[in-house]
Design a protein around this ligand. Structure first.
Ligand SMILES: Cc1cc2nc3c(=O)[nH]c(=O)nc-3n(C[C@H](O)[C@H](O)[C@H](O)COP(=O)(O)OP(=O)(O)OC[C@H]3O[C@@H](n4cnc5c(N)ncnc54)[C@H](O)[C@@H]3O)c2cc1C
Length: 415
């Protein structure tokens, strides 16, 4: 049996959310311990796309975004059967004007190393089994070596716990956290290839995926990876018609077959298997905080329903949780941590309401196919759509597009 451990804050999971939370806590001088059931570097199924929003969170962690391991991306290239359009990232004062791509195997290692350098303690291959609850407050976790399910659990006692254990999050369940079934959930598959086709500085996305003459519900992406690889993927939402009949793997195969033969996206150019995973969206867990514990990133279902982006939201919620816990520790006011769900709702609530409406609309193939046909060739409409979908804005003081975006969110808040 391992020895019991004491720490001020225990972070369960060392993905982007957990690393960001640990980094910001450590920078505040808080004693913080991260446990992860894997050892870094570890694989994580993802598109590896870092939008300007994610880049902003990386810069706050002091990461060098000029590292040659990143592929730099200047915007979105959107394809449909009828048109292709290039949409550069908007020039805004609140967000950088570039995105990046780096395989999560390397990216997550860089993040956790940053947290460790700032002073966080990392315990790898340790699984947090369940929260320790005393007098109605979470006071740490029972943990054990990840490879030894029969090992007697030991205690990690903490004043606060951050659940950052990802999309399949089970850790917070015994403390009463449940999935909100009415919120959208995505499922997506991806695979790496070394191909002759290198898309250059764009996130490429396909809005209509065809299996022969059958239009499938879903979307596809092709992201450039530094060193000549690509990350190819396809996904769909549970709001889509026939969601249950179309697996992410089938969608992926249809997408792969659709692409031009001279791009070499074939079995012999593949690096590894097709792997899939869930995308829990729009804060699909409730409550987001119980006394002594908060949920961040995918554990709280924080993926953006517009574009499937989760890394930025995991890092931002990690920072918000870290700031609140730090304040609660300094002021000795544990109740402050309970304001975390309100902070999230203020930041994302209205936006996610619009996102949920969007997820319902794009689930209807007839509407989707008309929208792609008529709206895609219109660059101004698409530039605005991209701003909304990537949640990149200067707010109400920005330009005309920002003002319209702000108005939409105000209307959503009046629902
Ligand atoms: C196919 C696919 C493509 C995607 N593409 C993109 C994209 O291009 N861009 C984007 O922004 N987002 C994308 N996402 C979403 C993104 O991957 C997630 O939103 C992001 O990883 C969330 O980070 P996180 O820190 O919350 O969780 P994770 O990254 O999942 O990290 C959770 C960590 O917790 C650990 N853990 C789990 N349980 C325990 C336990 N009990 N004890 C200890 N440790 C535990 C795990 O080992 C893991 O390291 C994609 C998702 C999928 C499935």
């Amino acid at each position: 049996m391992s020895q019991n451990i004491e720490t001020d804050v225990l972070v369960v999971g060392g993905g982007p959310g957990g690393s960001a939370a640990a980094y910001h806590l450590a920078r505040h001088g808080v004693d913080v311990t991260v446990v992860d059931r894997s050892a870094f570097p570890r694989e994580k199924v993802c598109g590896d796309g870092l939008t300007p929003r994610a880049v902003a969170s990386m810069l706050k962690m002091g990461l060098d975004t000029h590292d040659p391991g990143y592929e730099r991306v200047m915007g979105l290239r959107v394809h449909s059967r009828s048109a292709t359009i290039d949409l550069p990232w908007p020039e805004l004062s609140s967000w950088p004007n570039y995105g990046l791509v780096m395989p999560r195997k390397e990216f997550d290692s860089l993040l956790i190393e940053r947290a460790q350098k700032a002073g966080a303690r990392l315990m790898e291959q340790i699984e947090a089994v369940e929260p320790i609850v005393r007098d109605g407050w979470v006071r740490g976790a029972l943990a054990r070596p990840a490879q030894d399910k029969d090992a007697e659990p030991f205690e990690i006692r903490a004043r606060y716990v951050i659940a950052a254990d990802g999309a399949a999050s089970r850790f917070a369940k015994p403390a009463g956290v449940k999935r909100v079934e009415s919120r959208p959930l995505g499922i997506a598959a991806r695979r790496y290839y070394t191909t002759s086709y290198h898309p250059g500085p764009w996130f490429e996305s396909w809005l209509d995926l065809w299996e022969g003459d059958l239009l499938l519900p879903g979307y596809g992406w092709l992201f450039p990876v530094a060193g000549g690889q690509i990350n190819l993927g396809a996904g769909l939402l549970n709001t889509f018609k026939n969601f249950k009949e179309v697996s992410a793997q089938r969608l992926f195969k249809a997408f792969e077959t659709m692409l031009p033969a001279d791009w070499d996206i074939t079995e012999e150019h593949a690096d590894g298997k097709i792997l899939s995973g869930p995308l829990p969206m729009s804060m699909n867990r409730k409550p987001m905080a119980v006394p002594g514990m908060v949920l961040i990133g995918d554990a709280g279902g924080l993926v953006n329903p517009f574009n499937g982006e989760g890394i930025a939201y995991a890092m931002e919620s990690g920072e918000t949780a870290a700031d609140l816990i730090h304040e609660a520790l300094v002021k000795d006011r544990p109740g402050l941590v309970q304001t975390y769900p309100r902070a999230l709702t203020e930041r994302y609530g209205d936006y996610f309401v619009i996102g949920r409406g969007f997820a319902k609309i794009i689930g209807k193939p007839a509407i989707m196919s008309r929208a792609t046909k008529y709206l895609l060739p219109n660059k101004r409409v698409m530039a605005f759509a991209m701003r909304v979908m990537a949640n990149l804005t200067d707010g109400k003081d920005g330009d005309a597009q920002d003002k319209l975006f702000y108005l939409l969110q105000r209307l959503a808040s009046m629902r």
